[in-house]
Write a protein that binds this ligand. Structure first.
Ligand code: ADP
Ligand code: MG
Length: 712
């Protein structure tokens, strides 16, 4: 039979229907799956000791001949005891197995075998306790006398069994295992060949070789992701986008007119965007900047250059509150510029026109869409409603679809809140051109990680905060100090400040259940605070089960200072701006990730007052406090994301999961040097040969890789 990687596992010798089922639970359906089922760790059976040198209580490995072997049944104890005498050139020793009557079927007098087990001491002798063994014949040993891989096992599937099945298959495939990586890359990075690496990972000749094998596979894995990004990027460069020339005088005037001076990195990012848009192909840029670093105004800077070139801009935000906030910001900054801005959300659609001077009017959805389609609207700001196929209001499909006359720039705020498809739908081709795309995120990820998983994007980063921000004082608060924290909150409220209290996250496989439990939590906390802790203060609550209208009303009332303390679940996380809030108290802080804690913290310190973040914790595991200590030490999102990478590893970062990166490759993702090297190689190949015509095996591999990576 001709075996290949895609041979169904049931066609592999010795795999019957029962084992096939069990292998399925390990996600092994094909021979290829089995071949890529790598050992979890290795056991070193490579050192064979002389029998006269073994010591009590040690795990040892010996090779010898069976002088005699016998099974005895002890009827009284209903036990079977098998005893054998093993001899090598130096001495002999007894091996004892309890209740393994089948041993005598496999091991006979005069057999030569390798035995591995522990030396135990009996009543009057030392013996080898229940050793595993492998007979020595003219075939190569695969279990003992060498380093053996230990696999994730399940009932009926032992590591020994896997080795037994795999070895002949690997030998069979030997000459048919193609090299996927280009020779130049193998040589440059001193990697094992694919074939050699597969052998070394399953049947290693030394521990160093297992490391080399893993290195090769990690490299390859990250290389494929990076290559995928590089290829996508190069394909994007062949697309056509509206050309938006740089109008320097306009932008300079805009910068002069702003009430504040942009930070150096804001300005740099702004110009990067404007420059990208002056090329003929679509920009695909991600602007990363900490909460409050001022990304919005950077997008306004690009907007002004776009409008002055007679192109439209659309901005999509994840929530209605944020969309409205942006509408206000754009309106305030741009009202002197003789332009029209529209707001399209779930319920109310608004419109600001140059003719209205200083005011906005409500406008019908139909009118707004009409004005967008005929180009009257210069900037359209909205929520998901921008891309929804139909709206709750009974509009016809045709009417609800947002069409532009001359769309130049798409801005997606808090991009991680949207799916790939949603972003793509806003950026769809119109009149044969793809608009430029600016994504923004306040959840920065370390650069090395970004280079890999977002290889098709260009990155701009704003690391510095606008001048004059007071760093938020962050404290870890244990149960003993809870009262002190409450006292402090009371004194802040008496000074007219407002407070956020965040309830712990509840994790459950059932998302609906999670929301309900969290709601219960918020209600209890609300009752506790309003009845027992702060009976004199005004308290409100917010949770995910509330209808959007109610949520909005609460936020509005909070902003209008109708109450002092807002108890909330994590729904508060994104973008909310309450400049008067000076304390955020996070209950069960150790249940949140660093990125989320940092996002919460960004809810305060937005006004001129000194602000505080209290991290409540009752547990004290070292990892937990490591995380909370990092929060106290750093107020910078980038620094924290690097810490997070160190503490938790890359697996939990947003956007990493979809790539299906195996555990062994995750470590390489932590190493910026490896990532840079891989990136360089991937770029080099794509630059030389964008279609990979010279590398057919690589091309094929990339194609199957692309298929595997489901982009939502
Ligand atoms: P984010 O990056 O979190 O979206 P925003 O764009 O909402 O931040 O900006 C936060 C606040 O900082 C806004 O009130 C904005 O007007 C202000 N801001 C932005 N840039 C500057 C600057 N260079 N100097 C002073 N204030 C700034
Ligand atoms: Mg923002």
């Amino acid at each position: 039979m001709q075996y290949t990687f895609s041979t169904p596992i049931e066609y592999v010798p010795h795999v019957g229907p029962a084992l096939q089922k069990r292998l399925k639970t390990l996600k092994i359906n094909t021979l290829g799956d089995l071949i890529f089922y790598f050992p979890k760790y290795y056991q070193d059976y490579s050192k064979i000791q002389r029998i006269d040198s073994v010591k009590i209580n040690e795990n040892i490995c010996i090779q010898g001949k069976i002088l005699e072997i016998e099974e005895e049944k002890s009827w009284k104890k209903r036990m079977s005891v098998t005893k054998a005498i093993i001899q090598d050139e130096t001495a002999s020793i007894q091996a004892v197995w309890f209740n393994q009557p089948y041993i005598v079927k496999n091991l006979q007098k005069d057999d030569v075998a390798i035995f591995a087990g522990k030396i135990a001491i009996g009543r009057n002798s030392v013996y080898l306790s229940a050793p595993t063994f492998e007979k020595v014949s003219n075939k190569e040993n695969i279990h003992l006398g060498k380093i053996a891989g230990v696999y994730g096992e399940t009932k009926g599937i032992t590591s020994r069994w896997i080795r037994f099945i795999l070895k002949p298959m690997l030998d069979n495939l030997k000459d048919k295992i193609p090299e996927t990586l280009p020779t130049s890359i193998i040589e440059k990075h001193n990697l094992l060949s694919f074939r050699e690496a597969l052998y070394q990972v399953h049947f290693p000749s030394s521990l160093e070789k297992t490391e080399k094998a893993q290195e090769r596979f990690s490299f390859e894995n990250i290389f494929m992701i990076t290559l995928f990004g590089a290829k996508k990027k190069s394909e994007n460069e062949k697309e056509i986008a509206p050309m938006v020339p740089i109008r320097k005088e306009v932008v300079d005037r805009f910068l002069d007119d702003l009430p504040f001076k942009l930070t150096r990195e804001q300005e740099k990012s702004g110009w990067q965007i404007i420059k990208d848009m002056s090329r003929g192909y679509p920009m695909n840029r991600l602007l990363q900047g900490d909460v409050g670093s001022g990304k919005t105004v950077v997008s306004v800077m690009a907007t002004i250059n776009t409008i002055k070139n007679k192109h439209q801009v659309v901005l999509m935000a994840p929530t209605e509150i944020l969309a409205k906030q942006h509408f206000k910001t754009f309106f305030n900054i741009l009202k002197g510029y003789n332009i029209n801005i529209g707001l399209l959300t779930g319920k109310e659609d608004k419109y600001y026109s140059k003719k209205l001077k200083n005011d906005t009017i409500e406008i019908s959805r139909a009118k707004l869409l009409e004005k967008t389609a005929n180009g009257e609207i210069d900037v359209l700001i909205g929520t998901h409603a921008l891309i929804a196929a139909s709206t709750k209001k009974k509009t016809s499909k045709k009417e609800s679809k947002v069409l532009f006359d001359n769309l130049g720039l798409v801005v997606v705020d808090e991009q991680h809140r949207f799916g790939v498809k949603q972003r793509a739908s806003l950026c769809r081709k119109q009149k044969d051109k793809i608009p430029h795309l600016l994504s923004m995120t306040a959840t920065p990820i370390p650069r090395s990680l970004a280079l890999t998983i977002w290889g098709d994007l260009d990155l701009s980063t704003i690391m510095e905060m606008p001048k004059g921000r007071k760093p938020i004082i962050t404290r870890i608060v244990t149960e003993n100090n809870r009262q002190k924290a409450y006292d402090f909150i009371e004194s802040q409220v008496s000074e007219g400040k407002q407070i956020f209290v965040i309830c712990p996250r509840i994790e459950s496989d059932d998302e609906k259940k999670e929301v309900i439990l969290e709601m219960k939590n918020v209600k209890e906390e609300y009752e506790k605070l309003s009845e027992k802790v702060f009976p004199k203060l005004r308290i409100g609550m917010l949770h995910g089960k509330m209808p959007p209208k109610e949520k909005e009303k609460i936020m509005k009332d909070f902003r209008l200072k109708k109450f002092d303390i807002l108890v909330s679940t994590s729904v508060i996380e994104v973008g909310i701006d309450i400049p008067n809030a000076s304390v955020i108290m996070i209950e069960g802080a150790d249940r949140f990730g660093l990125a989320q804690l940092h996002q919460f913290r960004g809810r305060v310190g937005r006004g001129e007052y000194q602000s505080y973040c209290f991290l409540l914790t009752d547990s004290g595991t070292s990892k937990t406090s490591q995380r909370l200590r990092a929060m106290v030490k750093y107020d910078n999102g980038f620094k924290l994301s690097e810490m997070d990478l160190k503490i938790r590893g890359p697996g939990d970062f947003f956007g990493v999961k979809q790539w299906g990166i195996p555990d062994f490759a995750m470590n390489a993702l932590k190493d910026p040097k490896i990532i840079e090297k891989i990136k360089e190689s991937a770029d080099e190949i794509i630059e030389k040969d964008p279609n990979l015509d010279q590398f057919p095996a690589l091309k094929k591999r990339l194609e199957s890789f692309s298929e595997r990576v489901h982009l939502e």
